[in-house]
Design a protein around this ligand. Structure first.
Ligand code: NI
Ligand code: MN
Length: 225
């Protein structure tokens, strides 16, 4: 099972057969590590509707035929483009041939480029025998602990850039709340307001004993076993 960082908040998860894309903002992404014209997808999962997450979703879904999981209002908007959608709301689980993805709350706003307003979420994804919690864009809040109380989180994908999300210091507390074995930071260094020192975040989390932190450069993969 490989988790590849595609830059910003975009990830590709590959279990050997299936490729799942999360928040595929590639075109116009200064850190984008894949082309929307070429990236593989058997499913696309969205945390929320901001353009730096929705990104190339519709184009990739049309090219690949991949279904898109998104919060219901965002899903309805995407469906009008002729894309297959799974319109879960918070607490809902989308079930796929390769595993599942549960929509959970985040503390953030979300408006799509065409004006659909919704809350923002995170995703708890089960694939290849691993449980991955992509926190989406979020501030620090105590409910980040809840998915791990239901079932142990193996890998957490955590925003650290500040300004639009929690910063790297709040993200250390988030790592403790989530309780994952491995934390992968994201949503930093893409734009000037969200510069962050990922090495310092790694040191803080590991010195506190919260998790192992894997810092990926765009295009790099973590082998989750
Ligand atoms: Ni956002
Ligand atoms: Mn964002």
């Amino acid at each position: 099972m490989q988790i590849t960082f595609l830059g910003h908040s975009a990830f590709s998860v590959h279990d050997g057969e299936t490729t799942v894309l999360i928040d595929p903002f590639l075109t116009g992404n200064p850190m984008g590590a894949a082309s929307a014209d070429e990236v593989a997808a058997d499913a696309i999962l969205l945390t929320h509707g901001h353009v730096d997450h929705l990104g190339d979703t519709v184009a990739i879904a049309k090219r690949t035929g991949a279904p898109v999981q998104a919060l219901v209002e965002i899903a309805n908007e995407i469906a009008e483009e002729g894309v297959e959608v799974i319109d879960t709301n918070f607490g809902g689980t989308a079930v796929f041939p390769w595993g599942s993805s549960r929509a959970v709350p985040a503390m953030h706003t979300s408006t799509t480029p065409t004006g659909t307003v919704t809350p923002a979420g995170g995703l708890v994804i089960e694939i290849g025998g691993k449980r991955i919690y992509h926190l989406g864009d979020t501030a620090l809040f105590s409910d980040l602990a809840l998915p791990g109380q239901r079932a142990k989180i193996d890998i957490a994908i955590v925003p650290i850039g500040g300004h639009y999300t929690m910063d790297r210091h709040d993200a250390v507390v988030a790592a403790a709340l989530v309780g994952a074995d491995v934390v992968i930071p994201c949503h930093y260094d893409t734009f000037p307001p969200i510069q962050a020192d990922a090495a310092a975040f790694k040191a803080d989390v590991e010195e506190a004993g919260h998790a192992q932190v894997v810092v990926l450069a765009p295009g790099e993969s973590y082998d989750a076993g």
